[in-house]
Design a protein around this ligand. Structure first.
Ligand SMILES: [Zn+2]
Length: 258
């Protein structure tokens, strides 16, 4: 599947979940864009992918490294283990950011509540924001690049979006899933990666979701219905369906009846 369609499928999945998660406004907007970025994240195992080209040499080298440790393209990052690693990374970055906010709130002595420190009006720069900030910048830039928004300035927009998200603490906003309260960034990561893997499982390639225990490639469709990346079916069926679905899902998630 093309990066564009992976990004659309991630955004679509988050927008569909929006009403169930009771997420609205700026959190919905950040969630949709972050999930679009997470929708291309598993392809960080290929130096020529959309996300690997986000920050040039830096992300291309990182992609080369990821490919070495994850068994090559469409292996570790396209498995349940890959979803877990990316999501735990997002959780860890958020926890570290929050620990900095707590220190800030303590020193400031004025703001109560855990996230309050991050969201509080006196949010100042803290090194604790850096891992989450880098992760946010990568996801935003990858989403904008995949969706061809912003052209050459997409990366700058992505970095700007990451700074705003860090300072407002939107990425730490907790969404209720069953008995759990999961930070926006971690949930967007999990949903986006799952959408990516589901997308690749519609193609002839399939995904080894139980890697490293099994190399067996799983498909969601029977052989005759599987399609080839970037061919007629993806361009004229998948892309229009995803675009239309995303528009409807966002319309519904922003409080409009279907
Ligand atoms: Zn892929």
């Amino acid at each position: 599947m093309l990066g564009r369609d992976h990004a659309l499928s991630g955004a679509f999945a988050f927008a569909v979940l929006g009403p169930t998660l009771h997420v609205t406004g700026s959190h919905l907007a950040a969630g949709v864009l972050l999930t679009a970025g997470a929708g291309v994240l598993p392809d960080i195992d290929h130096p020529d992918s959309t996300i690997a080209r986000s920050f040039g040499f830096l992300t291309e080298s990182f992609a080369w490294f990821v490919a070495r440790i994850s068994g090559g393209h469409r292996h570790g990052t396209h498995s349940l283990a890959g979803i877990a690693v990316f999501s735990i990374g997002a959780l860890a970055a958020g926890a570290y950011q929050l620990s900095g906010a707590r220190v800030g709130a303590h020193v400031g002595g004025a703001v109560g509540g855990a996230v309050g420190g991050a969201v509080g009006g006196h949010a100042a720069f803290s090194w604790h924001m850096v891992p989450a900030g880098l992760y946010l910048a990568l996801l935003y830039s990858a989403a904008l690049r995949a969706l061809q928004i912003g052209g050459h300035h997409g990366d700058l927009l992505g970095i700007g979006g990451a700074v705003i998200t860090c300072y407002t603490g939107w990425d730490l906003f907790r969404l209720t899933v069953g008995h759990w309260h999961i930070p926006l960034l971690a949930l967007a990561t999990a949903v986006g990666c799952a959408a990516h893997i589901a997308g690749d499982e519609l193609t002839h390639g399939g995904c080894p979701i139980f890697w490293p225990f099994s190399e067996h490639e799983f498909h969601l469709l029977p052989g005759p219905l599987q399609f080839t990346t970037a061919k007629i079916c993806e361009t004229w069926v998948i892309f229009p369906l995803l675009t239309g679905g995303l528009v409807l899902a966002v319309w519904h998630a922003t409080g409009h009846p279907l």
